[in-house]
Ligand binder design. Structure first.
Ligand SMILES: [Zn+2]
Length: 168
C-alpha cells in the first residue's frame, strides 16, 4: 500500500501531454521546490512526510491531509521522494487485524456505531456456557446486536452451562 512511483521528468512529460497549455517551467519549479522541501525534512503539520506531487500544487502537506484518504496506491509520487514515512505508517495500519481495530466497538452495516450496553442481555445468554467468557465476548455481542430488533433471540453457539456438569 504505497504510491505508484514516477520519475520527475516522466511526470512532467505526461502532465504536458495531458495538459498542453500548462506552463512546463512553472510545474518543474514547483515540483523541484516541493522535492527540495521533502529532502530537507519538511513535514506535514500532522508529522508525516509531505506528498511532493500534491504539495507542489496546494502547499506542503501529506497525502492524508491533502486528499482525506489513507490509501495512496492509486496515486503517483515522485520516485525521488520515495520511500516515505507514510509507507511505514500505511503498512503498520494495514497489518493490524480488523478485529483489533474495532475491538469493543460495533457497527451496523450502514457504519453506525452501536452501544452494546444499550441492548438487554437475552435470558438465553444468561444460561449459556459462553456468557462471561472473554474469548467469546465479541462474537456473543455481535450475535446479540444482529438480532437486537428481532422478537425472538436465536443463537447457534448456545450451550447450556449446566450441560458441562455430569448429570449422574
Ligand atoms: Zn498530514
Amino acid at each position: 500500500m504505497s504510491f505508484k512511483p514516477i520519475k520527475l521528468e516522466k511526470f512532467i512529460a505526461d502532465h504536458m501531454e495531458n495538459n498542453p497549455k500548462s506552463n512546463e517551467q512553472e510545474i518543474r519549479t514547483t515540483l523541484q521546490n516541493a522535492l527540495k522541501d521533502f529532502k530537507s525534512g519538511v513535514k506535514c503539520s500532522c508529522g508525516l512526510d509531505i506528498w511532493v506531487i500534491g504539495s507542489s500544487m496546494v502547499g506542503n502537506n501529506c497525502f492524508n491531509c491533502i486528499t482525506g484518504e489513507h490509501d495512496p496506491s492509486n496515486d503517483f509520487e515522485l520516485a525521488e521522494a520515495l520511500p516515505k514515512n507514510q509507507d511505514l505508517y500505511f503498512e503498520e495500519s494495514n497489518n493490524i487485524p480488523p478485529e483489533v481495530l474495532t475491538q469493543g466497538r460495533f457497527f451496523t452495516d450502514d457504519g453506525e456505531e452501536l452501544n452494546p450496553d444499550l441492548f438487554p442481555i437475552p435470558s438465553l445468554c444468561l444460561g449459556c456456557v459462553h456468557y462471561g467468557d472473554p474469548n467469546e465476548e465479541i462474537l456473543c455481542t455481535l450475535t446479540r446486536l444482529d438480532q437486537a430488533a428481532d422478537k425472538e433471540f436465536v443463537c447457534h453457539a448456545f450451550k447450556n452451562k449446566n450441560d458441562d456438569k455430569m448429570p449422574f
